[in-house]
Ligand binder design. Structure first.
Ligand SMILES: NC(=O)c1ccc[n+]([C@@H]2O[C@H](COP(=O)([O-])OP(=O)(O)OC[C@H]3O[C@@H](n4cnc5c(N)ncnc54)[C@H](O)[C@@H]3O)[C@@H](O)[C@H]2O)c1
Length: 251
């Protein structure tokens, strides 16, 4: 697919964990974008940039997305390195797991600040930059756990549900600047988190049983959807949620 991202600058948060964010960064680079990888982990960020440089131009920006002031620095780095921002992928997230009443208020807030408030903070900083360049695309990474109401991750599911409302409402207000806002909601992907499952093989079979398509999803499956929504090939699509889950949730 030629998505013509040459000349575009894309910011992706949470790519240094080696999970889905890295696949998205590689997908964007392969289509010709230059990228800024925002993460809080310095060693992992440095290693990430080394891997990404095989695919194109990439710089790291160290930041904690739960900080209410993190986004101005992101704009500065992207502007200095590449002259602006056209695409933002809000991918960084945390997902502590326990029974709902075992979370304290501080932890509940920390999950929301990281997974949801960060979208507001980022949008306040980048929408004016995008508007000044004639438009842009914001892609938020959700989760189908919101559609199925998955237990034992209550703050996470709450944050991903809020993200869908945020996407729809922001799309209404920034469309006038030709800025588009969409959510991509992954199903279950075999990233690092899964290997600590007590029965990884049994879990993998359970996932396949739930899906319409009888294989596990790959980072590339997700990157293709994100890259499409980042590109001008989706220029009339905004306010949407796209499930990339092999036909699990059928929202
Ligand atoms: N893996 C799956 O099966 C799956 C399913 C549904 C949704 N998702 C979503 O996809 C996205 C990526 O998931 P993943 O499996 O690659 O997760 P991951 O844990 O491998 O990656 C998350 C990244 O976010 C970064 N991060 C966390 N808190 C941060 C903060 N405060 N500031 C800056 N960076 C921070 C981490 O350093 C890490 O690099 C997440 O939004 C997740 O909710 C994943």
């Amino acid at each position: 697919m030629d998505l013509r991202l040459e000349g575009k600058v894309a910011v992706v948060t949470g790519g240094a964990g080696g999970g889905l964010g890295e696949s998205m960064l590689v997908g964007l680079l392969r289509e010709g974008a230059r990228v800024v990888a925002v993460d809080r982990n310095p060693e992992r960020s440095a290693a990430l940039i080394e891997r990404l440089s095989a695919h194109g131009e990439a710089v790291a920006h160290l930041a904690d997305v739960s900080d209410p002031h993190f986004a101005d620095g992101v704009v500065e780095t992207a502007t200095e390195a590449f002259g602006g921002i056209d695409v933002v992928v809000n991918n960084a997230a945390i997902y502590p797991s326990k029974k709902w009443d075992e979370y304290d208020v501080e932890e509940f807030s920390r999950v929301l600040d990281t997974n949801l408030r960060s979208l507001f903070v980022m949008s306040k900083a980048v929408v004016p930059v995008m508007a000044g360049r004639g438009g842009g695309s914001i892609v938020n990474i959700g989760s189908i756990t919101f559609l199925v109401g998955m237990p034992l991750i209550l703050p996470y599911v709450t944050s991903k549900g809020g993200m869908v409302g945020f996407t729809r409402a922001l799309a209404r207000e920034v469309g006038v600047h030709n800025v588009r806002v969409n959510t991509v909601s992954p199903g279950a992907f075999p990233t690092g988190g899964e290997t600590i499952h007590p029965d990884p093989e049994g879990y993998s079979q359970h996932v396949i049983d739930q899906q319409s398509l009888k294989r596990r999803g790959t980072g590339e499956d997700l990157a293709d959807a994100v890259t499409f929504l980042a590109s001008d090939r989706s220029s009339f699509i905004t306010g949407q949620m796209l499930e990339v889950d092999g036909g699990w949730a059928h929202h």
